[in-house]
Design a protein around this ligand. Structure first.
Ligand SMILES: Cc1ncc(C[n+]2csc(CCOP(=O)(O)OP(=O)(O)O)c2C)c(N)n1
Ligand SMILES: CC(=O)[C@@H](O)[C@H](O)COP(=O)(O)O
Ligand SMILES: [Mg+2]
Length: 640
């Protein structure tokens, strides 16, 4: 790929300034080289590929026309920003992408002045862009603000809240709608249909000619006037964007620099109001294996550039997600009230397993977590048994809906909280750190965490039986521990944990999949003659008061551990013990949570190592609390 190109113009591009003054042909070559570079990089790092390949020309065009960092370029989600990183001085670090200490896989303010606004969650770019535009106006600035948002991300309410606000405003804001007719899965909804109609009813072949006319000085006095003429004359009325107060330009071919550059130059000359450029692109553009795949190589592991084959290690166990999807589908065979809801993540959450069997009861609502929650509330209010499968981090966006629409009305929505705990390469934005606290705070909510895949199956079944309250069960990204999943999983007794191993001196009470580390910690302690009880709480709410009080009463040290932030399970235990006076009798209690900081990406193991939540840390914490034992020996044994 890259080696076969004779002149590597990209080698001379260290910042967007180096694109200025380049001929159109040179820019086309640079775009081709950027594309090759993205493919090469992601083939060794893994990461988000299809989206970046689709915006190569857009990114080159934007950086050749505008003046970042003075002009603010805001990418929605940020998963398509690899070409942008290559062009903004980060090319030599690209092979550290998504690794510990390396570049983030998203835009990030702390990483570069060319990333004015960080992202990773969808649909924030128009709001942020509007904020930048207002800030500029208030400070008498002159810079441009460009928000690039995908068609999939246009399904979230936030994008419309932003357009509603920005569209009624005179502030200059350029929104580029990058329409590749894909989300992670095929896009859904009426807006997606509207965009498809716009594209099919207005072929951009003619517009290409128009764009050529726009660059000709003939008949038009000034760039601003040219742009106005263009927009008045050729933006056909009736798009939703125009109704909302945006100048609509398009649809245009988002891979054609001969179209993109003149249009951006003209739009740049406009002095007033928000503009939306509708650019049609292809996800995975220019790399056949991506173009030809169903998911357009949205997110990939390392792969062979020649064949496109991804090198995925053979799984040792079924993923938690599959266990969830399969258990729910099986349950639905005998319960026709069960529904599954996903907010644009059918494959990520494995609701696609359910969808295959029960398409009528499966709902992909698009990137719309708030709606997903209230939609589930409506289903529940009229007698259905909805399971809303949402990543912990994305459910943050639907929190008021969980409180106001679900919990206050005691509606039995079942929340399958996916990606609980640290997720690795996606880093802080995707860590499922807060749901234990934010759900556990809600009156009436039943909160569970699976310690292994067999227990997850039981929790899916347990939630099905809770018809008078909302419930949630959390589980991490990826494979289980490889234990057998019962054929007919039995429901759990609500609010009851389990003792895994009886000891005398130290109690380790785990909530979630740290249980395996707790067991290892007990082994490390046993090697020093220190006896530990290990318990799996299963429920954070209702808390197993008997279990917690017994552990407190019968041990010198009580450690709680969870894959969540402070203010979660450990806090609930502490508060309970304080209320019943169990802390007055000299118990040494040590809650172990994620650290009070946003952790950057790394492997999940190393992130937990940095968080101090692996077996050796648990054992060391016990020894430190106890005041006896040898921490150095623990570390030696753990690393052996
Ligand atoms: C709030 C939120 N929900 C879900 C996601 C997961 N997600 C990341 S990218 C993506 C698809 C975005 O589609 P689009 O904006 O069209 O960009 P494309 O990948 O097609 O370039 C989804 C669902 C997210 N990042 N944020
Ligand atoms: C950008 C984004 O939000 C998704 O693509 C996310 O990276 C998917 O994560 P999983 O791989 O855990 O499904
Ligand atoms: Mg898209």
């Amino acid at each position: 790929m890259t080696e076969t190109r004779p002149n590597r113009l990209l080698d001379a591009i260290n910042s967007p300034d180096d694109l200025k003054g380049r001929s159109r042909e040179e820019l086309k070559q640079i775009a081709a080289e950027v594309r090759d570079e993205v493919i090469d990089v992601v083939s060794v790092t893994g990461g988000h590929l299809g989206s970046g390949l689709g915006v190569v020309e857009l990114t080159v065009a934007i950086h050749s026309v505008f003046n970042a960092p003075a002009d603010k370029l805001i990418f929605d989600v940020g998963h398509q920003c690899y070409p942008h990183k290559i062009l903004t001085g980060r090319r030599d670090q690209m092979r550290t992408l998504r690794q510990g200490g390396g570049l983030s896989g998203f835009t990030k303010r702390a990483e570069s002045e060319y990333d004015p606004f960080g992202a990773a969650h969808a649909s924030t770019s128009i709001s942020a862009g509007h904020g930048f535009a207002k800030a500029r106006d208030l400070q008498d600035g002159e810079n441009h603000v460009i928000s690039v948002i995908g068609d999939g991300s246009m399904s979230a309410g936030m994008a419309y809240e932003a357009m509603n606000n920005a569209g009624a405003d005179k502030s200059r804001l350029i929104v580029i709608l990058n329409d590749n007719d894909m989300s992670i899965a095929p896009p859904v909804g009426a807006m997606s249909n509207h965009l498809s109609k716009l594209v099919s009813s207005r072929p951009y072949r003619g517009l290409r000619k128009i764009a050529k006319k726009m660059v000709s000085p003939m008949g038009l006095e000034s760039p601003a006037r040219r742009a106005e003429e263009y927009l008045r004359g050729f933006a056909m009325g009736g798009t939703m964007f125009e109704e909302l107060g945006f100048y609509y330009v398009g649809p245009i071919d988002g891979h054609d620099l001969d179209t993109l550059i003149p249009i951006l130059e003209n739009v740049k000359a406009m002095r007033e109001g928000p503009i939306l450029i509708h650019a049609v692109t292809q996800k995975g553009k220019g790399y056949a294996p991506a173009e030809n795949s169903a998911d357009k190589y949205h997110g990939v592991s390392k792969f062979s550039v020649v064949t496109g084959e991804q090198s995925k290690p053979k799984p040792k166990a079924l993923a938690y997600q599959k266990v969830f999807g399969q258990t729910l589908a099986k349950l639905a065979e005998t319960d026709d009230k069960i529904c599954a809801i996903t907010a644009a993540m059918p494959s990520g959450t494995s609701t696609d397993v359910f969808a295959k069997q029960f398409p009528d009861r499966h709902f992909d609502v698009g990137i719309a977590e708030q709606h997903a929650v209230t939609f589930a509330a409506g289903l529940a209010a009229d007698g259905m048994r909805p399971y809303a499968a949402i990543y912990s981090t994305f459910l943050q966006r639907g929190y008021d809906q969980v409180v106001h629409d679900v919990a206050i009305q005691k509606l039995p929505v079942r929340f399958a909280i996916d990606r609980a705990g640290l997720v690795g390469a996606d880093g802080a934005t995707h860590a499922g750190s807060f749901d234990i606290g934010y759900l556990g705070a809600l009156p009436g909510m039943v909160c569970m965490a699976a310690a292994d895949e067999a227990d997850l199956a039981r929790m899916v079944v347990t939630a099905n039986q809770i018809d008078d309250a909302p419930s949630a069960f959390r589980y991490p990204r990826g494979e289980g521990i490889g234990i057998e999943i019962p054929e007919n999983p039995q429901p759990l007794e609500i609010g009851k944990g389990r003792i895994m191993r009886e000891g005398t001196t130290i109690a380790i009470l785990s909530y979630g999949t740290r249980l395996a580390e707790a067991q290892k910690a007990a082994d490390l302690l046993a090697a020093q003659g220190l006896s530990a009880t290990v318990a799996d709480a299963r429920f954070a709410k209702p808390l197993d008061a008997d279990l917690v009080e017994r552990l407190a009463r019968e041990h010198e040290v009580l450690i709680t551990i969870e894959e969540g932030a402070t203010g979660g399970f450990g806090s609930f235990v502490l508060e309970h013990l304080a209320k019943v006076g169990a802390l007055d009798k000299g118990l040494k209690i040590r809650p172990m949570t994620l650290p009070d900081e946003f952790q950057d990406q790394d492997t999940p193991y190393l992130m937990y190592e940095a968080a101090g939540l692996n077996a050796r840390h648990i054992a060391a914490r016990a020894i430190e609390a106890l005041g006896r034992g040898d921490i150095a020996e623990i570390n030696r044994l753990a690393s052996a």
